[in-house]
Design a protein around this ligand. Sequence first.
Ligand SMILES: C[S@@+](CC[C@H](N)C(=O)[O-])C[C@H]1O[C@@H](n2cnc3c(N)ncnc32)[C@H](O)[C@@H]1O
Length: 321
Amino acid sequence: MLNVRQPSLELQMDDEAVIATNDDASECKRGAVQLGYWEDRYVTQFIKTSHRRAPEINRGYYARVKGVERFIHKFLERAGDKAQIINLGAGFDTLYWRLKDQEVRLSSFVEIDFPSVTSRKCYFIKRNKQLLQRIHEKDQEVKLSPTDLHAGPYHCIGVDLRNIGELENKLHQAEINFSHPTLFISECVLVYIENDCVNRLLTWIQTKFPSALFVVYEMCNMNDTFGHVMLENMRARGCTLAGISSCKSLETQRQRFEENNWTGSKSWDMVEIYKSIPNDERERIEKLEFLDEQELLVQLFQHYCVCIGWVGNQFSDCDLD
Ligand SMILES: C[S@@+](CC[C@H](N)C(=O)[O-])C[C@H]1O[C@@H](n2cnc3c(N)ncnc32)[C@H](O)[C@@H]1O
């Protein structure tokens, strides 16, 4: 165990605003799915409402989901049947169920969020036949507590990511094998966490997992006027964005992997990610909604990115193509 100062375990006032970002992300995803941007027959099981968002927002979510998925599949191609996925700040993400539909086999899939989020997720799962069926492996018992759920390879656990001691403890309960190839995902999560806590998390992963890939989806280029307006809008919702300094550029996104001794890292803004989506797919979604002007979409894409970091050599050839 790393000998480090642990932050207070009390939920801070700002945490409530951070937790609320999950409802917003889930609503946006639900809305885009309903318009036909991508398929997800599970998102409506977790979130019942969605307001119509601007076409730029829907396209942004589409690129986000496709960008992260790209690296999930690259990981799976390389990791084999010992693959483990740990989704940090998973919220109501439905990836486990979507991978199940594709018959992807994993040795472990863990979702982590604040206990107040996982308790809602566990509640939805246990009351929903469609969700439950997919996590119920034959003969395997479903273990439930108010905030955690364990069912075969699927685990949903409530823990504050700033508390490494408890995180490690809960990952042991989820029977994570630290020597298996492991994918970490954090989609719009690290920006809400203080830099020293993110550094501690990255160092801990790097020392514990000899073969790991980390996929981050987050903001970048936040130092210009457009970035400042985005930040003001987010702050107006009560989030202080404690980790924003790593979102200055593509370079600062990569730096935190390098500074925490990861083997390598790469990053792309969403303009590049969007362009890398096959033409026919892009043409299909571009017909779904009329976009008044491209300029705003391009600016949005310039301010979000995918950054990957890896430990060991198993994932060092992961690239955009
Ligand atoms: C914007 S939401 C994104 C949810 C999901 N990753 C997605 O993309 O749909 C951010 C999530 O990170 C979680 N989160 C932020 N800080 C966290 C922390 N310190 N510990 C656990 N979860 C955290 C929030 O509760 C929330 O569910």
